[in-house]
Design a protein around this ligand. Sequence first.
Ligand SMILES: [Cu+2]
Length: 70
Amino acid sequence: MEHMTLGIGGMSCGHCVGRVTKALESVDGVQVEQVKVGEATVAYDPSKTSESLIAKAVEGQGYTVAAAAR
Ligand SMILES: [Cu+2]
């Protein structure tokens, strides 16, 4: 598993944390480690998913992914 921390724009409260957590959990091969306002840390299986697929899931909920770092 690879680890990645995403900087996420547009999050403001616990509701956003819940939405981002759900979006990340819906991606095959992703294990959510921590989500807080503005940031999410995940472990993922690179043979099943990718940084861009994970970012797309978050963006699909109306948030922006500013940065991804391992
Ligand atoms: Cu919110």
